[in-house]
Design a binder for this molecule. Structure first.
Ligand code: F6R
Length: 261
């Protein structure tokens, strides 16, 4: 099946497209489900157009629907992921592939296995020395063709919490109180540290897709898009000179309602 067929599917979704600040493309779909579907269709074009692309995958609740749709579409259109190189955006300290809450396991179950990706680089959150593990991981990285992001408390991207420098590389991070509280509210084990690719790693990607749904994420996005470009809101780095045109947001109508276009 060709990219044309995938594009044809895209056309039937009720998309509203806005040119955001610094030429960030904002794709608004009426519902979470449709935003996820549209994002998945866009991601699917990457392995079709560049079979050896490097893709960094975020995890989290936001990504469950797009990844499930990506698996379904890859099956329907017989899209091959075997020559894609997959990178891991972030991982909790103390977590590794065997743990039910680890991002490595999430990626294995929702991305690596369903898509049949073989060339994978995962962060070992269980490493004895997390700093050393961050340095090891950084040494494996090349700029991604596609960086898939969500957005979290305080406008974090990856686990780059408010205050993270825009030129940061893969590093160990102390999770913000807001992030720790959010995870506990979700019934997860209390985790205080993580390893994350830095804002610098994110910005050097050739394309950046950020997916978000709902009022709360819309508010964080509004700060990122329409308030000052400041490390206090890491996602505002997406508006730095030269970055905006590489960025596409896939959001639902609820998130869009929080934006002051
Ligand atoms: C996870 C990640 C985080 C999440 C963010 C939103 O790999 O990079 O930035 O994208 O915390 O998480 P959810 O989607 O679970 O609300």
């Amino acid at each position: 099946m060709t990219a044309f067929s995938v594009e044809a599917e895209i056309c039937v979704l009720p998309l509203r497209e806005i040119n955001g600040p610094e030429n960030i493309r904002i794709c608004i779909l009426p519902t979470e489900q449709l935003a996820a579907r549209f994002a998945a269709r866009s991601i699917l074009n990457i392995p079709i157009q560049k079979p050896d692309a490097i893709i960094t995958f975020a995890t989290g609740n936001t990504m469950m629907k797009p990844y499930a749709e990506l698996a379904r579409l890859s099956h329907v259109y017989d899209v091959r992921w075997s020559t894609i190189r997959m990178n891991h955006l972030d991982e909790y300290g103390g977590s590794c592939n065997g743990d039910s809450e680890s991002f490595a396991r999430y990626l294995t179950e929702r991305v690596i296995t369903p898509l049949g990706i073989v060339n994978t680089h995962l962060i070992n959150g269980r490493a004895k020395d997390l700093k050393q593990e961050a340095a090891r991981y950084e040494s494996l990285l090349h700029p991604a063709d596609l960086m898939i992001l969500g957005i979290g408390p305080g406008g974090h991207i990856g686990f780059n919490e408010p205050g993270t420098l825009f030129d940061s590389r893969t590093h160990v991070v102390q999770l913000s109180e807001e992030t720790v509280a959010r995870d506990i509210t979700r019934g997860q084990t209390k985790r205080t540290h993580a390893i994350t690719q830095g804002v610098g790693n994110i910005l050097e990607a050739k394309q950046i897709y950020l997916i978000a749904y709902g009022i709360e994420k819309g508010r964080d996005l509004n700060t990122a898009l329409y308030e000052s470009i400041d490390p206090r809101c890491p996602a505002s780095a997406l508006r730095l000179p030269g970055i905006g045109p590489k960025v596409t947001l896939f959001i639902d109508q609820e998130a869009a309602a929080s934006l002051n276009f």
